[in-house]
Design a protein around this ligand. Sequence first.
Ligand SMILES: [Zn+2]
Ligand SMILES: [Zn+2]
Length: 139
Amino acid sequence: MKNILGHCACGAVEVNIREYGNFVYACHCDDCRRRGGGAHMAVDPGNSSNVDFIKGKSNITIWIDEPIERGFCSICGCDIFWHNPADDHYCMNAELFDDIIKDASFELELFYDHKPAYYSFSGKRKRLDREFKEIPEQE
Ligand SMILES: [Zn+2]
Ligand SMILES: [Zn+2]
């Protein structure tokens, strides 16, 4: 897909991903869960040349949690992005992008060893721990 528009809950912030598929992953890390109240569903558009801030960039508050920057809408609180300035790598909230999530493939869970026991997703997919090592299937 090309030029995939996304927006926060209140609409103050609009972003565009120039090119991406339909791949969505979940992050179970402590920060994502605490900020969002659950696993964080994300997309990985890559570096800033693939991401345009169309509207409301001044409404994005950035929390610098060294070495990572996390941007969220200062009006509605919606998570917008995770950014590593060292290699200019963006990951973004998948739920901003209606055209991605309507037919998303979900094949990866990150920080699976941080996931609390009270929830889990059904189905089989790759699961990585905090060291990005694969966690074998357990039934
Ligand atoms: Zn907003
Ligand atoms: Zn996370």
